[in-house]
Design a protein around this ligand. Structure first.
Ligand SMILES: [Zn+2]
Ligand SMILES: [Zn+2]
Length: 653
């Protein structure tokens, strides 16, 4: 009997008979592990638990909490749903059915005369549960290209044959469970029995292969769990997320809108939203000024030549907005997808000496990137957005210090906005594949060391990903958790050796020789659009007092007090407090209820008593009565709350 060495994640090695499966390895360790394990990584490749291991290998057994475990679970659930659909709607043709971040979907074509709608989902769900109880095994079969073609050709499934046509013979596998067969690379669960809770969520149209000229298939989304309770918690979270959806709240709070006539993915900021965004920008501008950044402004378009120099044209030119032509022949411009090349040109506008560095150029620069219309989503996936961008040009020996300073700014901003829960990811180059990257070893080592030491010095919770760096330099990403525990990729700090080289940037060193500066790209929010979307969903529209569009609403008890309400409003406006007056002839109780719903932090009720004594009766949204205050008292009270929010976190500059 041949024995093989299996290395576990903790480095321990055990011997097993060749041909052993992941499932058996789990069983040999403990029965409870065997029940929980969902898939196995073999030498960093994801495998089925039932696939035999015939050689020495390093393995990792994946449970629900491992992304690779969930992936196998949800991918298997997609096959299960397809089996249910095929049995209810015979003749259905299948596109693709992957696992996604929170569940899975399958794109199906039930035929021209059949419509699958939301009302049909419970029926499909019921069928899936019935199939689960059969405990069918997922089995893998390697097939030749000819046989694969024949199988799906006979079935008339031209989507699958199209996919098979693009695969290489010898790499094709089928998976079977129950009466269902799918073209699939795997991996899958051993059988359907771990799928204990099922919910089909929604239906959408999706063009085959994302191509608007091809047929629209029916995309069915679902989610499954190993425990009913987990499903209930997930559905509750989805419910919460729906209430906080920034598209819904953005409309209710009159922050932004979209117009079909202007075009998809191009947000229009309404006055309240524009003011909120301006306050955020002013806050950032102030912090940046204090950190030695200088503002610059650049145009929205640039000559094609600029983007050829930067490399963007070669890389993204075909899949982006196409050139803008002028009446003058041969002139071509592109909408700017990034601000960096323009900042490089600003750097080049005069000679720089080592004593001038670092220089830090900041710009709220609006950029345009083409996204397919089906991919657009509120403010989080748009075609035009404004980056809170800045570029730092420094000497290599200044890199670490500059990097630390950028981290400081980002931490300060997150703290002020109450995002305490985040993780960072450091992306390094793959040392085994150095040809993939530009720049000298020495510079890479320096930059990577600078990032790792900076992260360590700040005591940040960090994941290090080797091989994830951009070809031009390593980077640090900030991933923020919102109030519902969802992760949002926000700010990024990136070291770049490429653009300084392409744009031939230089400075004169203390040795009187020409040297190349290093460039740092950084955007704490990523984009104003994405950040405001996150802020809306994180706070459920209850913005911090300093940021919120209207800080106080004045509620006159009756029309008799409108003049006094005006007077209060004027007084507060003079104190830089943003107010509204609710002059509707509604009962005061209704006015209070309505305005509480608008999430305005302070409600000021004014009637006979208040008018006579020059006071307001103060309510805090969600908290109730706070007492009667003179106008000066209330103004001071509100201003000190604003100051506390901003100053409690004042940076050490
Ligand atoms: Zn599959
Ligand atoms: Zn940049």
């Amino acid at each position: 009997m041949k024995m093989i060495n299996i290395t576990f994640p903790d480095g321990s090695v055990r011997q097993f008979e060749a041909g052993i499966t992941g499932q058996d390895i789990a069983k040999s360790l403990s029965n409870s592990l065997a029940r929980e394990v969902l898939s196995i990584n073999v030498n960093d490749e994801l495998w089925d638990l039932t696939r035999p291991l015939n050689a020495d290998a390093t393995i990792k057994l994946n449970k629900w909490d491992d992304p690779d475990g969930k992936h196998a679970f949800w991918h298997s659930s997609a096959h299960l749903m397809a089996e249910a659909i095929e049995s209810i709607y015979p003749g259905t043709k299948f596109g693709i059915g992957p696992a996604i971040e929170n569940g899975f979907y399958y794109d199906v074509d039930p035929g021209d005369d059949v419509v699958i709608s939301d009302a049909d989902l419970p029926r499909i769900e019921k069928k899936m549960k019935e199939l689960v109880s059969q405990k069918n095994q997922y089995t893998r079969e390697e097939v030749s290209k000819d046989n694969a073609m024949k199988h799906f050709g006979d079935k008339g499934d031209h989507y699958k044959t199209e996919l098979i046509g693009e695969l290489e013979d010898g790499t094709i596998s089928f998976y079977h469970q129950g009466n269902f067969t799918d073209l699939c690379r795997g991996p899958h669960l051993a059988d359907t029995s771990p799928i204990k809770a099922i919910k089909l969520l929604s239906i959408a149209g999706a063009y085959w292969r994302g191509d608007e000229t091809r047929k629209q298939l029916t995309r069915i989304y679902g989610v499954t769990f190993p425990k009913q309770k987990m499903l209930e918690e997930h559905l509750e979270l989805l419910e919460q997320a729906k209430l906080r959806d920034h598209r819904k709240l953005g409309k209710e709070l009159e922050l932004f809108t979209f117009s079909q006539r202007v075009g998809p993915g191009l947000p229009l900021w309404l006055p309240k939203g524009a003011q909120l965004r301006e306050r955020l920008e002013n806050f950032l501008k102030k912090v940046q000024r204090e950190h030695g950044y200088e503002p610059v402004i650049t145009p929205h378009i640039g000559q094609k030549e600029l983007w050829v120099t930067s490399g963007h044209y070669e890389k993204y030119g075909k899949d982006s907005f196409q050139p803008i032509l002028t009446p003058h022949e041969g002139e071509e411009f592109l909408l700017k997808p990034m601000n960096c090349p323009l900042h490089c040109e600003i750097y080049r506008s005069k000679p720089r000496s080592y004593r001038d560095l670092p220089v830090r150029f900041a710009e709220f620069g609006t950029v345009y990137r083409y996204e397919q219309s089906g991919e657009l989503h509120g403010l989080t996936r748009v075609r035009g957005f404004t980056q809170d961008d800045a570029h730092i040009f420094c000497r290599p020996d200044q890199l670490e210090e500059e990097f630390l300073k950028v981290i400081d700014i980002i931490l300060y901003i997150f703290k002020t906005l109450d995002f305490q829960d985040f993780v960072t990811q450091v992306s390094l180059r793959d040392p085994a594949d150095k040809e993939k990257y530009i720049g000298s070893d020495e510079n890479w080592d320096k930059a990577e060391k600078a990032i790792l030491e900076a992260v360590e010095a700040k005591g940040m919770d960090t994941v290090v990903e080797v091989g994830e760096a951009a070809f031009y330099g390593p980077k640090l990403d900030f991933i923020v958790k919102d109030a519902l525990g969802r992760q949002w990729q926000l700010g990024t700090i990136q070291v770049d050796y490429n653009l300084p080289e392409r744009f031939e940037l230089e400075y004169i060193g203390s040795d009187n020789q020409k040297h190349q500066p290093v460039m740092i790209h950084r955007a704490p929010f990523g984009s104003m659009e994405r950040f405001i979307a996150l802020l809306i969903e994180h706070t459920a529209g209850k913005f911090p007092l300093w940021l919120t569009p209207d800080q106080a609403v004045i509620l006159p008890i009756s029309e008799k007090y409108h003049d006094y309400a005006e007077k209060v409003s004027k007084f507060l406006n003079n104190c830089d407090i943003r107010t509204l007056i609710d002059e509707r002839s509604e009962k005061i109780g209704k006015k209070i209820r309505d305005n509480e719903l608008k999430r305005i932090p302070y409600l000021l009720i004014v009637g006979e008593k208040e008018q006579e004594s020059d006071t307001v009766s103060v309510r805090r949204q969600g908290e109730g009565h706070k007492g009667v205050m003179s106008l000066e008292e209330f103004a001071k009270f509100l201003q000190s709350e604003v100051r506390n929010q901003l100053e409690a976190t004042e940076p050490d500059v």
